[in-house]
Ligand binder design. Structure first.
Ligand SMILES: Nc1ncnc2c1ncn2[C@@H]1O[C@H](COP(=O)(O)OP(=O)(O)OP(=O)(O)O)[C@@H](O)[C@H]1O
Length: 345
């Protein structure tokens, strides 16, 4: 069964419920929500204290009666009730106004390429619970490819790698459909974990989770092309004594620690290419790989893929929001007719 653009044009909102971030696109308006998929709950009363960025800032800093929860894990809604409550708060008045204008609303939601029926059902229930009368499921890979501006409807190959927080999905598309795809449990979270483990093992230092991103940013060359410094100071807690400690670390070693988990993505690319007909693989030699997802900008990721595959690698203009923007473009009727792989509510 296929989903037509016709069905998507009847949808009022497009939703991408990611492990790290929740994004909502309102038809003819644009992105109205882009917040962490996090909620803070009072365990005594069960009430929500905060959602989104505010709740994320509370991580690791809460008293006993407050719990910070993530209702989406590995790209699947694992706590439907919490996801609905979080979405209601994030959408607030913006949704209520749209709902009033058009109460029998349909919603489109991105789901992972190989989402099982339970994961699909969880996505549908989350949206119906906040008022959607009908929910269209669209493969994240197709939505992201559209959002990156790839010519997915043409009879030629395009390769997309969507690198999110918990997973990376790789696909070759042609004629609006997925020819071959693979998903690996590697993403920004895996990379953060690798950095934390490196500091723990090599320097006996526990790094607060909020300190990982600034450290990753140090690995990048600066905007004017100046190379990253060879070493830097990192503040954390000594594993043995529990006291605050500062160590000087070699930036190159952190870079290697990051590269190790990312080799899983290389394997996935190899698997997808092996499953593709030779004609399509030949197309990709020129067109190369398009990187999307928040982790596409990880320092050195594109260079690593370029060196390992020998193919051109490009990062989408706005890699983090490609999927929801692509879905939004379909809602707004900005996309040429194409056949979408079947995924129905
Ligand atoms: N500037 C950056 N440098 C490095 N990593 C980044 C940067 N910005 C975002 N990320 C990483 O991107 C990830 C979030 O990406 P994205 O928003 O695509 O995830 P998601 O869609 O919620 O996840 P998933 O697709 O796994 O459900 C986080 O793990 C974050 O660490």
């Amino acid at each position: 069964m296929t989903i037509s653009l016709e069905a998507l044009r009847r949808c009022s909102i497009a939703v991408d419920l990611g492990a790290a971030r929740t994004r909502v696109y309102l038809r003819r308006t644009g992105l109205i929500v882009d917040e962490p998929t996090v909620a803070a709950v009072n365990t005594h009363t069960g009430g929500l204290i905060a959602v989104g960025a505010l709740a994320e800032r509370m991580t690791g800093r809460t008293p006993e009666h407050i719990r910070v929860v993530r209702p989406v894990s590995n790209g699947t809604v694992v706590d439907i009730d919490m996801a609905q409550r979080m979405l209601r708060l994030l959408l607030g008045n913006k949704l209520r106004r749209a709902w009033r204008r058009r109460p029998l609303v349909s919603a489109a939601v991105c789901v992972q390429h190989d989402a099982d029926p339970l994961a699909q059902r969880a996505a549908v229930e989350t949206l119906t619970g906040i008022g959607a009368k009908r929910v269209e499921l669209v493969d994240t890979l197709i939505a992201a490819a559209v959002g990156c501006g790839l010519p997915v409807e043409r009879p030629e190959a395009t390769m997309i790698v969507v690198c999110g927080a918990a997973t990376t999905q790789v696909a070759v598309l042609s004629l609006g459909s997925i020819v071959a795809a693979e998903r690996v449990p590697v993403g920004g979270e895996t990379v953060d974990h690798a950095v934390v483990q490196y500091l723990r093992n090599e320097h006996a230092l526990m790094l607060p989770s909020q300190a990982v991103r600034p450290l990753q940013l140090l690995l990048k060359n600066s905007a004017d092309g100046a190379p990253a410094p060879p070493s830097t100071e990192v503040h954390g807690r000594d594993v043995a004594t529990g006291l605050a400690r500062t160590v000087r670390i070699d930036v190159g070693s952190v870079r290697s620690a990051i590269r190790t988990p990312l080799t899983g993505v290389l394997d996935a690319i190899g698997t997808v290419l092996r499953r593709c007909p030779p004609d399509l693989v030949a197309d990709l030699a020129d067109r190369g790989i398009m990187l999307a997802g928040g982790s596409a900008v990880l320092p050195g990721f594109d260079t690593m893929l370029r060196e390992a595959t020998g193919m051109p690698v490009n990062i989408a203009d706005h890699p983090d929001v490609c999927a929801v923007e692509g879905l939004g473009a379909m809602l707004d009727g900005k996309v040429q007719p194409l056949l979408l792989d079947a995924m129905v509510s």
